[in-house]
Design a protein around this ligand. Structure first.
Ligand SMILES: C[S@@+](CC[C@H](N)C(=O)[O-])C[C@H]1O[C@@H](n2cnc3c(N)ncnc32)[C@H](O)[C@@H]1O
Length: 213
């Protein structure tokens, strides 16, 4: 049996430790930001006819937001505590444990995939394999929506909400992510960069890409 990469183990344990506090802190998102909401709303229209997965669904707020917009969506998350919390909060929605590095999803099964502030926990050298996995599970014509903090230096947090953690945040530059997605076979259709809001340390990027039909 191959052992799990260290980054997955650290990310899972860290989110297990902070799941409850994280959910409380971000309860009002994403409805709080009109530009984020606009991208989620456009994505919801593009994927109206297919099944959709949010990878890294955390407490489930984005999955629930898209579901309320009519999207046939379920969530997948690495952290069992996050999955349990999302199930309790949104009992009508489906959440499963899993990793975006190896999705238990048939080739071409999805009309859409959302990775909203979750690829940020994948080390840069591992990102091409994750994008290849996204491309594999999307049907031709399927859409990918990503959200991430803009920047070029990783940040490691060792404490959050009074808990000891070990969590890397890989901020990314859109001009670096776009060619990575193109190399994986995607067409990038929209790239939005918005300035940081008062409670945000960096500008935020939202990319909408498509597996060509
Ligand atoms: C910053 S939170 C974002 C949660 C949610 N998308 C939101 O915006 O509320 C990142 C989430 O991604 C999950 N995650 C990190 N790496 C993952 C992986 N390899 N596969 C699946 N989920 C992952 C974490 O457990 C965590 O719940």
């Amino acid at each position: 049996m191959t052992s799990e990469p260290d980054f997955l183990h650290r990310t899972r344990s860290s989110y297990d430790a902070i799941a409850a506090e994280y959910a409380d802190m971000f309860r009002s998102e994403p409805e709080a930001n009109p530009l984020a909401r606009a991208m989620l709303g456009a994505f919801a229209e593009y994927v109206a006819d297919g099944s959709v997965v949010e990878v890294g669904s955390g407490p489930g707020r984005v999955t629930a937001h898209l579901h309320a917009l009519g999207v046939d969506i379920r969530g997948i998350d690495l952290s069992p505590a996050m999955v349990a919390l999302a199930r309790r909060t949104f009992p009508g929605l489906r959440f499963d444990e899993g990793s975006m590095t190896a999705l238990d999803i048939t080739d071409g099964a999805l009309g859409g995939l959302v990775a909203w502030y979750s690829v940020i926990h994948v080390p840069p050298a591992r990102r091409p394999a994750v994008y290849a996995e996204f491309h594999r599970v999307l049907a031709p014509g399927g859409h990918l929506l990503m959200g991430f903090q803009v920047g070029d230096a990783p940040v490691r947090r060792t404490e959050a909400f009074g808990h000891e953690i070990s969590l890397d945040f890989h901020r990314m530059m859109p001009e670096q992510v776009v060619p990575e997605l193109e190399s994986a076979g995607f067409e990038v259709r929209v790239r939005m960069v918005r300035e940081a809001a008062a409670n945000e340390p960096t500008p935020q990027a939202h990319l909408l890409a498509r597996r060509p039909a």
